[in-house]
Design a protein around this ligand. Structure first.
Ligand SMILES: *[C@@H]1O[C@H](CO)[C@@H](O)[C@H](O)[C@H]1NC(C)=O
Ligand SMILES: *[C@@H]1O[C@H](CO)[C@@H](O)[C@H](O)[C@H]1NC(C)=O
Ligand SMILES: *[C@@H]1O[C@H](CO)[C@@H](O)[C@H](O)[C@H]1NC(C)=O
Ligand SMILES: *[C@@H]1O[C@H](CO)[C@@H](O)[C@H](O)[C@H]1NC(C)=O
Length: 308
């Protein structure tokens, strides 16, 4: 019976989860915010570009669409069910739209949660970056730049070294990012470095990790908040691996690794959050798998989009 005991002990030891520390969520679910379509049709009033979904899925997360026009209560329930949120790029108003309203609600909930020690990461890409700047400073003070459709190398600031965002990037990829045009810009508005430097709300909240210039105006291109897991890129990490309809999107191995390491970083942040759906049934009803993306090919800037 000692033998039996030893055997049982052995079996129970080898069946212990080897790598699931209590401080990591290995089933992260991330919300991706929808936005209004330009010309709505019945049942096609909002969309999410599929590349944002693939971006997160490629790094081990599942995705839930965050629909616009929901009630505050619905958003609160969703907030307590998901492990992070991504505000995609796009073309809606950052001052007044369904996208802005939902973004503000989740931003406020995230700040409040983080203050309580409930780690909830927020990511903004392009329009999402601009939305974050507006939410943090409660002001719109973007400058017009000639940056609609151009890949650029990042001008890293000294703060990039020691940043959370780039910590797990391989050094050769960081070098490539600073030397090669790997970050795709599709925006006409930017946060000028001068504006950032003279705005106390932005300056005290965000650390600038990189800048870029259109030749005339230097603008902030990557930020991370000092005290919160809030991150923004004016550039599009998701496009390099997943969008093909524009000639200026880079697809080199380093460009594709940029997609992956950026996603890996944000999903790692979401693994630090432990929100969960009330039930597996609620979870499966919410997942993006309930929707099918449509192929829009070169009729849009995206290969595939989800329409809601
Ligand atoms: C819109 O979607 C609802 C629910 O899925 C469906 O019942 C309705 O027929 C759809 N309407 C149109 C115009 O497609
Ligand atoms: C959201 O609400 C606005 C204003 O009521 C409306 O015009 C729009 O069609 C709604 N969109 C969706 C996706 O519900
Ligand atoms: C805008 O930038 C592009 C290069 O990305 C350049 O070819 C073009 O001349 C610029 N336009 C203006 C008005 O500066
Ligand atoms: C887009 O598709 C159309 C027809 O499918 C084709 O004629 C056109 O050359 C394509 N444009 C680009 C920029 O690929």
């Amino acid at each position: 019976s000692t033998k039996m005991f030893t055997l049982l002990l052995f079996i129970s030891l080898i069946s212990l989860p080897i790598c699931s520390p209590a401080d990591r969520n290995d089933e992260p679910i991330i919300g991706v915010l929808a936005q209004e379509v330009v010309s709505p049709k019945p049942n096609q009033t909002a969309y999410i570009a599929a590349s944002y979904v693939k971006f997160l899925e490629a790094a081990g997360a599942r995705v839930v669409p965050v629909m616009i026009n929901k009630t505050l209560e619905e958003y609160k329930t969703l907030f307590s069910s998901i492990n992070g949120i991504l505000y995609p790029g796009g073309g809606v108003s950052i001052i007044s739209s369904g996208y802005q309203r939902a973004a503000k609600i989740f931003y406020d909930l995230a700040i409040e949660a983080n203050k309580r020690g409930d780690y909830f990461p927020v990511w903004g890409t392009c329009l999402g970056f601009e939305q974050l700047m507006y939410l943090t400073s409660e002001k719109s003070q973007l400058s017009h730049t000639n940056t609609s459709g151009v890949a650029l190398p990042l001008n890293f600031t000294p703060e990039a070294k020691g940043s959370r965002m780039f910590e797990a990037f391989p050094p050769d990829l960081v070098s490539a990012l600073s030397a090669e045009p790997l970050t795709e810009n599709s925006h006409q508005w930017s946060l000028a470095t001068l504006t950032y430097n003279t705005n106390e709300d932005l300056k005290s909240f965000y650390k600038v990790l990189s800048t870029n210039t259109d030749g005339n105006t230097e603008f902030v291109s990557t930020v991370e908040a000092y005290s919160y897991p809030v991150y923004g890129t004016q550039w599009h990490p998701e496009k390099n691996a997943f969008e093909w309809s524009r000639p200026y999107i880079p697809h080199s191995p380093s460009a594709v690794r940029t997609t992956f390491y950026t996603a890996h970083f944000f999903v790692s942040e979401a693994r630090k959050n432990f929100h969960r759906f009330q039930s597996k049934e609620e979870e499966s009803k919410a997942l993006i798998y309930n929707y099918n993306p449509v192929y829009t090919g070169n009729a849009s800037a995206f290969e595939q989009i989800y329409l809601f």
